[in-house]
Design a protein around this ligand. Sequence first.
Ligand SMILES: *[C@@H]1O[C@H](CO)[C@@H](O)[C@H](O)[C@H]1NC(C)=O
Ligand SMILES: *[C@@H]1O[C@H](CO)[C@@H](O)[C@H](O)[C@H]1NC(C)=O
Ligand SMILES: *[C@@H]1O[C@H](CO)[C@@H](O)[C@H](O)[C@H]1NC(C)=O
Ligand SMILES: *[C@@H]1O[C@H](CO)[C@@H](O)[C@H](O)[C@H]1NC(C)=O
Ligand SMILES: *[C@@H]1O[C@H](CO)[C@@H](O)[C@H](O)[C@H]1NC(C)=O
Ligand SMILES: *[C@@H]1O[C@H](CO)[C@@H](O)[C@H](O)[C@H]1NC(C)=O
Ligand SMILES: *[C@@H]1O[C@H](CO)[C@@H](O)[C@H](O)[C@H]1NC(C)=O
Ligand SMILES: [Zn+2]
Length: 778
Amino acid sequence: MFNVHEVPTISYKLLDTNPSWWRRRTTLERTLTLISIVALIAVAALVIALVSVVLSDKHHEVLELPGTAEALGAPPATHIISKHPDIETNEVTSKKDDICLTSECVHTASNVLEALDTSVEPCDDFYNFACGSFLKNTNIPDEKTQVNTFSVIGDKLQIQLKQLITEEPSETVAKPFKLANKLYKACMNKTLIEQKGTQPIVEIAEKLGGWPVIKGDAWDENSWTWQDSVKNFRKYGFSMDYILDFSVGIDLKNSTRRVIDLDQAAIGVSREYLVKGLEDKIVRAYYDYMVDMAVLFGAERTRAVNELRESLQFEIDLANISLPNEKRRNSSALYNPMTIADIQTKYPYVSWLNYINALLPEGLDVDENEIVIVSVPTFFEALGDLIKRTPKRAIANYVMWRIHGFSAFFLTEELRKRQLQYSTVLSGRQEQEPRWKECVDITSGSLPIAVGALYVRKHFQEDDKSKALEMVNGIREEFEKILKEVSWMDEKTREAALNKLHRMTTHIGYPDEIMKDSKLEEYYKDLDIDPDNYLPSILKMSVFGTNYSFNKLRKPFNKTDWLNHAKPAVVNAYYSSIENSIQFPAGILQEKFFSADRPKYMNYGAIGYVIGHEITHGFDDQGRQFDSDGNLVDWWQENTKKAYLEKARCIIEQYGNYTEVLTGLKLNGINTQGENIADNGGIKESYLAYKKWAEKNGPEPRLPGLPYSPQQMFWISAAQTWCSVYRAETLKMRITTGVHSPAEFRVLGPISNMRDFSKDFNCPEGTRMNPIKKCEVW
Ligand SMILES: *[C@@H]1O[C@H](CO)[C@@H](O)[C@H](O)[C@H]1NC(C)=O
Ligand SMILES: *[C@@H]1O[C@H](CO)[C@@H](O)[C@H](O)[C@H]1NC(C)=O
Ligand SMILES: *[C@@H]1O[C@H](CO)[C@@H](O)[C@H](O)[C@H]1NC(C)=O
Ligand SMILES: *[C@@H]1O[C@H](CO)[C@@H](O)[C@H](O)[C@H]1NC(C)=O
Ligand SMILES: *[C@@H]1O[C@H](CO)[C@@H](O)[C@H](O)[C@H]1NC(C)=O
Ligand SMILES: *[C@@H]1O[C@H](CO)[C@@H](O)[C@H](O)[C@H]1NC(C)=O
Ligand SMILES: *[C@@H]1O[C@H](CO)[C@@H](O)[C@H](O)[C@H]1NC(C)=O
Ligand SMILES: [Zn+2]
């Protein structure tokens, strides 16, 4: 994961509330869930995490969370003059007076200059040196939570997608493209949505016995059980995971096979906040939001205040019995296979066989010998008592709140305004996105394969694929050298590591199948969308996605299935530990990340860093738990493992000691270690690969107005890829709940560990960018 898009939860950028849960959902589900949770907050986020629809891969790493996109318009017009760096560098590869003056070079140079702040000493603060002017001159529009490279490209992508989606499809156009057009129309028809009001959800809620806080004394407690409510939610297309999380995933120890997975609940606010209770500002805002929404849906205020206090307590208790993210990084600890008969004995408060068979699609039945994976046994041990001591009415109020909160996003302006107010507390965003942008995001997030097909057919240059692949191969070779050379590995572990690297598969751009209408039609054949019914269409897509994913239970998991790599219209990149694969969708192979027509040092600093990052994920604290086949197998010799954990500890402590200035918060070294290890390895591999490339191909010219050597430009390009401005609220959310360090530290962390950087900029030992103590895993 690189950057942008990873967040699931509420905010956008950064946070994943419950990351592993999130990662395991199907794309569609994720999309929907995100929406609900995030609601207005980050519609764009939805789009982002499109990891894999079919895949249900909880072990999929994203580069970044999705942020929002935002068009910067014209870049700041300052700083065209750059003073020469007073650093003499070893110019191995650059011919001093050779300057590239092609239009692409001029354009690139101008972008670099616009962000650079040469008044900052590079050895003191390289992030501010590379990004200072960008930070000073970038204004975050009211409807956004951050502005960065990802969001800028995302904005451009939105415009391209809008044109493709809104083009009136002719009769003969394949069905998937018509679906996209219909969904967009359903989303855009605000008049019709207002006319229908709350009726679309009220109708369903009635069938489920109603929302107690609204029904008052007329609510029939006796005919309601939480287990029935889950079954109904499944049927109607809502999440099944509000009390406990149920999914069909991949068997981590035999990743050709699928298996049922039970996990802790998918709560509405990150655990980190919820466990603080009502003292916390965000929990308070969540509670107020819940009450106000209930009132808007027809509840009497006093009753809402009282009853929802109890249901919030239930949610807080669910959070409290859940494992914190720090404890969810060890996949073996989360792998607890049990038969249904076992869990029936251990957790008798659910009729498991009945529960599971009701959620599985027709024609799929399990018996009590079926093995399920229980991720967090302690959660299930505590859940029975929690359910027993919580009044039924509080539980009903809670789950009905969740489906109303989810649905509101697809209903009236009045409801959505209140959602926005809540999302402002979470993310700092002040306004809704323009409707068309939201509708593009919903469409491409919900129908990523159809929209992705439209996108690459129109906008992707075929030969970019081979150029990107060349970079992947070069960077991979450098990682191979590192693996061969590190002193702390024993030969057996080294052998296994090399094998894993060799077997890592690469997916670039998009799969060829996406070019064939027949393939797309087959995938979407059971789905219909009614442009006159927005929420019902959303729910239908959700049922479709759930059916699709659950129906795979008995089918082998095909690691190269094109459907798992068919969401090209996203600005992100991935590593999947169960596939042992890296993926670079078409959406990231452009603009600041990659261009075939500019000096290679720019590409190696930008997309090269990303490529190295994804490769290194295969060997971060989580990725290293999986072998070359994507199975959860410990292939590490004891001493080497110890040495690794020691090295990882250095990274944990380095980042754990960084304090972010705007929020005053310290980073979470444990939760961010995987990303940080990937960042450190990634930038190094890419740097070495560029050096190698330059040795082979000769020196590259400079860019006009930029008196820096190619190596220096590599670092500047790498740093500028991360130039980001965040709203304080968003940053806080990212630091508290996210797995990615804030952008600044994705530059400062790796750079201050790299001797080559200090050499290239002549940074004296002891300066901030060249500390004596350095961390290095790879
Ligand atoms: C909204 O839906 C109504 C009812 O189907 C339709 O008459 C109207 O043309 C739609 N408006 C737009 C802008 O599509
Ligand atoms: C993995 O699962 C497949 C299909 O169920 C089975 O044939 C195979 O023996 C399993 N492999 C291992 C190592 O358990
Ligand atoms: C969480 O559970 C523990 C142990 O049951 C309890 O002591 C603590 O007060 C709970 N915290 C919250 C926020 O409910
Ligand atoms: C992961 O969990 C397993 C099983 O609980 C344990 O044996 C192992 O030591 C843990 N690994 C790490 C690195 O903590
Ligand atoms: C989902 O599966 C159920 C049967 O299990 C079926 O009745 C329903 O039509 C399917 N829905 C969609 C949208 O595929
Ligand atoms: C796996 O998927 C790939 C790409 O979609 C396909 O070519 C291949 O035939 C599939 N393999 C199996 C065993 O189905
Ligand atoms: C900060 O660094 C010190 C020494 O390197 C270490 O002991 C401490 O655990 C680190 N703090 C965090 C929060 O990681
Ligand atoms: Zn990552």
